[in-house]
Design a protein around this ligand. Structure first.
Ligand code: DGL
Length: 256
């Protein structure tokens, strides 16, 4: 069991940002990554469809022998993690926009959240916001159009800049001091985000917190791998180009 892999899934390449932080914190763990990019993006799909896809991805990773599943997608977590936890008998780590952390740090009392429609409309996101951020102003923005470009392997350039201006200009004029990246794809366009945001705005994502939570669960369940250097396998079911690009062609990837 301890040598069994950790399974990570996302609607595409966004979860690679989570894979990187888990690999860094837990270098001995074997990892299987599943990019369900045939069904990308998840952000505008119905709750029922997101639940079905998450269920299918989990079943596939369990068949591959995974000991723990990381739902490396805010949209899938906020719409389906409760069902996953009750349907499968293994530990899950989910990812949610880091509202709590931003609410604790903000000085202006104004925080921007960029996430998908599916995440922003979910009960989990709304109850987290009400609970942790009721005394600050949250400016939410659905990052429409971004995941499609990122999945096409476009991480910078005028198209991304124009979309980001459309989504961020308003919250910048409102004087946010933190921007929460509520989608695992968005750290891949960090360069453009830094170009557009004033220096006073700090970016927060949840990748490190997810890696720490993964470690804590492995320890709690006594399923850490202490013996070898981790091995990594990558699978996708759509097109291969963007996964190869984000991995810098350093890993072999397999079509399913
Ligand atoms: N990476 C995703 C997330 O964190 C999914 C985005 C999408 O497929 O729309 O929400």
């Amino acid at each position: 069991m301890n040598k069994s892999p950790i399974g990570i899934f996302d609607s595409g390449i966004g979860g690679v940002t989570i894979f990187n932080s888990i690999k860094k914190l837990l270098p001995k763990e074997n990892i299987i990554y599943l990019s369900d990019n045939l069904h990308s993006p998840y952000g505008n799909k119905s709750i029922e469809t997101i639940k079905k896809l998450s269920q299918k991805n989990t079943e596939w990773l369990i068949e591959k022998g995974c000991k723990l599943i990381v739902v490396a997608c805010n949209t899938a977590t906020t719409n389906s993690v409760f069902e996953l936890r009750s349907n499968f008998n293994l530990p899950f780590v989910g990812i949610e926009p880091a509202i709590k952390s931003a609410a604790m740090k903000t000085v202006t009392g104004k925080v921007g959240v960029l996430a998908t429609k599916g995440t922003l409309s979910s009960n989990l996101f709304n109850s987290t916001s009400t609970y942790h951020a009721s005394n600050i102003e949250i400016i939410e923005e659905n990052g429409d159009g971004l995941v499609e470009l990122i999945e096409a392997g476009i991480f910078e350039g005028v198209e991304i800049e124009n979309i980001l201006h459309k989504h961020l200009d308003f919250m910048i004029t409102k004087k946010i001091d933190y921007l929460v990246l509520g989608c695992t794809h968005y750290p891949l366009i960090n360069k453009v985000l830094l170009k557009i945001l004033p220096k006073s705005v700090k970016i927060i994502d949840s990748a490190e917190a997810v890696a720490k939570q993964t470690k804590a669960l492995l320890i709690n369940h006594k399923i850490e791998n202490k013996s070898n250097q981790g091995e990594y396998s990558f699978y996708y079911n759509g097109d291969s180009a963007s996964l190869n690009k984000v991995l810098n062609h350093k890993f072999e990837i397999n079509k399913i």
